[in-house]
Ligand binder design. Structure first.
Ligand SMILES: Cc1ncc(COP(=O)(O)O)c(C=O)c1O
Length: 405
């Protein structure tokens, strides 16, 4: 196990150490939840203030022609660089949930001979819930959700789209994107990747994998703020053929021509529905810009090393690690299964170590290299060890479940 001195030496030699001060992290907190809600980049606070005070306050409606209307495509083009896509293949819009709906319905409408959406049981709930809603909107369509080990068998000539989350929200298991894209294509289906736990966390190359569609959220590793707008990727080769079922005026070829009849915009603009959330996008853009400054190879290498440090602590404490040990097979968080995971998580939070709990028994700790150091991991491990040793998590107040766990 790493000592605090060794950890400090690793931090001093860390090529990413300069990023920590770019975040407004509160004193006394070790933040292991950047995989759920990224912390506040100082630049995002400034961008939001400028957006409210100067742009909204002074420029008023003139702001639309001073950067607001272009923001979905502009920020999409930046996110594209984090996920191996072309700048013209990504747009910022809506939430991940809504983008999943748009993409699944579009995929189902592409080929009426294919009626099945295939996904994984245990996928993030919204992916399955929205797929259930999407198939309900397309005649004859159905969802086939199967365990991971039966996914390959579930693909057949009836599959319209395979919907997978690249990095699993609980275990951090990572699908081999190229291999699964190829499997879907071999069955004649499209593949739709949910990159919510991938973008900014692990290297992603949608282009090299030949992926068709992807979605992801802005508030985790992209540090775009609570409820930040999400993004959608459509491979260039599908952009003319796929249509947005939420055909709103912002996706029209000429929104301000005020035509009665919907005509989809060319390219990614058709995936917009209504007016873009300008305030949210201002913060998101700052978060994405910051992420783009980091070398993804350095991020991945440090994530792997932070994982090893935390896994060694877990091993020493006898905790069951459910995340893959192979860095290429996982994302950037570590999860431990524990009967009292909820209480442990609450006890940690009470001592300034913020992670999260996923029902029924997962303690999930995000290992985000831009602002987390090795000394943080060692200190968090010491606190966790003390809680377990002294049974502090058994305090009845830690059993209370709040609305958001
Ligand atoms: C894989 C995945 N998809 C989607 C979401 C959330 O989607 P939305 O932002 O629409 O609530 C999450 C949130 O944690 C997630 O982990």
């Amino acid at each position: 196990m790493m000592t605090l001195d060794e950890a400090r030496a690793r931090d001093a030699a860390d090529p990413l150490r300069g990023f920590r001060e770019r975040f407004a992290l509160p004193e006394g907190v070790i933040y292991l939840d950047g995989n759920s809600l990224g912390p506040l980049p100082r630049a995002a606070a400034a961008a939001a203030e400028d957006c409210v005070g100067r742009q909204w306050g002074e420029r008023l409606i003139r702001g639309w022609n001073e950067g607001w209307i272009d923001a979905p495509a502009r920020i999409g083009g930046k996110i594209a660089r984090l996920i191996g896509a072309g700048a013209d293949e990504v747009i910022v819009a809506d939430s991940t949930t809504v983008n999943l709906f748009k993409a699944i319905v579009a995929a189902l409408r592409l080929d009426p001979a294919r009626r099945t959406v295939v996904s994984e049981l245990g996928n993030f709930p919204t992916d399955l819930h929205i797929a259930q809603g999407a198939v309900g909107c397309v005649e004859g369509a159905r969802l086939k959700a199967v365990p991971r080990d039966r996914l390959a068998d579930a693909l057949d000539g009836d599959t319209a789209v395979l919907v997978l989350t690249h990095v699993h929200y609980k275990t951090a298991e990572r699908f081999d994107m190229a291999a699964w894209t190829q499997r879907a294509h071999a069955a004649g289906a499209l593949v739709l990747w949910d990159l919510s736990h991938s973008a900014g966390a692990v290297p992603v190359d949608l282009g090299a994998a030949g992926a068709d569609l992807a979605v992801g959220c802005g508030y985790k590793y992209l540090n775009g703020g609570p409820g930040a707008p999400a993004y959608l990727h459509v491979a260039r080769r599908w952009q003319a053929a796929l249509g947005n079922p939420l055909s709103g005026w912002m996706g029209h070829a000429a929104p301000f021509a005020m035509e009665d009849r919907y005509r989809p915009a060319p390219g990614m603009a058709r995936w917009l529905a209504g007016t873009p959330p300008v305030l949210g996008m201002a913060a998101l853009e700052a978060g994405v810009d910051l992420m783009l400054e980091a070398d993804m190879a350095a991020v991945a290498a440090k994530s792997a090393a932070l994982f090893d440090a935390m896994a060694a602590i877990g091993d020493a404490l006898g905790l069951e690690c459910v995340s893959p040990r192979d860095p290429a097979a996982r994302g950037s968080h570590i999860s431990f299964r524990h009967r009292e995971a909820h209480q442990l998580c609450q006890a940690l939070i009470a001592e300034g170590v913020i992670g999260d709990f996923r029902d029924p028994d997962i303690l999930r700790l995000g290992l985000t290299p831009l602002y987390l150091g090795f000394a943080d991991v060692v200190r968090a491990g010491d606190i966790l060890a003390a809680i377990l040793r002294e049974g502090r998590h058994r305090d009845p107040r830690f059993a209370v479940r709040r609305a958001v766990t």
